[in-house]
Design a protein around this ligand. Sequence first.
Ligand SMILES: NC(=O)c1ccc[n+]([C@@H]2O[C@H](COP(=O)([O-])OP(=O)(O)OC[C@H]3O[C@@H](n4cnc5c(N)ncnc54)[C@H](OP(=O)(O)O)[C@@H]3O)[C@@H](O)[C@H]2O)c1
Length: 165
Amino acid sequence: MSYQSRIISIVCAVGEDCSIGKNNRLIWRISEDLQRFKNITWGHPILMGRKTFESIGHMLPGRENIIITRDMMFEAHGCMVAHSLEYALKVATRVEREEIFIIGGGEIFKQVLPFTDLLYLTIIHAREPDAEVFFPAYDDFQKVIFSEVHREGSLNFTYLTLERI
Ligand SMILES: NC(=O)c1ccc[n+]([C@@H]2O[C@H](COP(=O)([O-])OP(=O)(O)OC[C@H]3O[C@@H](n4cnc5c(N)ncnc54)[C@H](OP(=O)(O)O)[C@@H]3O)[C@@H](O)[C@H]2O)c1
């Protein structure tokens, strides 16, 4: 399901146990994957929850950053602020790009998944028993568009792009 003819895509690095966060931080930092994230999202609007924004700590350049929060006083240098997911998507359509990227975190992924067209996942072949934030079940996304295995240091990971069926 698209939003006003835009493709809604999620980008996320996910452990085999669906873990994505701990202590409001990423669990794994894979430099190749961070570069890929930059390449995929560059020039596009990116939507994120307030906690993910605070975890990153600053706006990401070269992209319209849209932060979702219920806090009416919230401001962040160089970013747009939206007080609902729907308004965030509306703001994103002001950017003349056909794809809108949802970049986290767990709360936002859960709410946006029913409207999502594409998942750009990095499946990290590891688990984090102390994880606090998880990616939601994505059983409706079964069509594999792209799959490629990579390795950095001791970590094996698979870039997996999935489409809804
Ligand atoms: N592995 C990855 O690729 C990846 C990617 C992104 C994030 N993460 C990790 O995920 C964790 C953060 O995720 P999270 O689930 O704790 O938080 P989050 O989804 O980033 O942000 C949650 C916040 O978003 C706002 N919000 C959520 N739904 C809303 C709605 N419908 N309307 C208005 N505001 C709404 C609220 O902000 P207010 O409280 O301000 O109202 C809420 O507290 C961190 O550990 C981060 O590192 C991992």
